[in-house]
Design a protein. Sequence first.
Length: 181
Amino acid sequence: MRSLTYLGAGLLLVGALLVVAPSGAFDSLVADRGVGVQTADDEDAYLGLEYDDELDDRTLELDSDDADDGGGCFFGLCGDYEYNDRELLTLEDNTPDGGLTIDDVSIESDNDDITGGDGLRVEHDEGLGVAKGDFRCPASGFFGSGDQESRSATVSISVIASDDEVTIELERQLEIECLED
């Protein structure tokens, strides 16, 4: 009887250890794996942005020698130098299936004194659209061709585009600068 008691107590102890001890299955795993994440350049992203050649480091410099019109002075009254239809950037569809559409786009300036004519706009004549602007730079002088004065603005462009698989939201800022003569 004594050996039966010892055997029973031993089996109870082994059973308790089996219940408490891990089974060999796991519920979490930690592994060191290298992960690299990088973003694409603006021109290579799904919603590609192709900046106009006139922009240097996202800045459009307006020089009076390149003005479309204006800048004339008559007895101290001067007209603004005018820069019309200046392309800022082109929106391109770089998705694999090419089905990207523009859901919403806005373009605005923090200085309305620098825009004129048709202002800031997105025209849909190339790619998904071309951001353009008509700009005005003040002139000073007495008679004849005036000197362009300095003026600047930040233009913000916000775009939401999507297809069946992805939605893209982006905002970019460009600087517009009237170069002083």
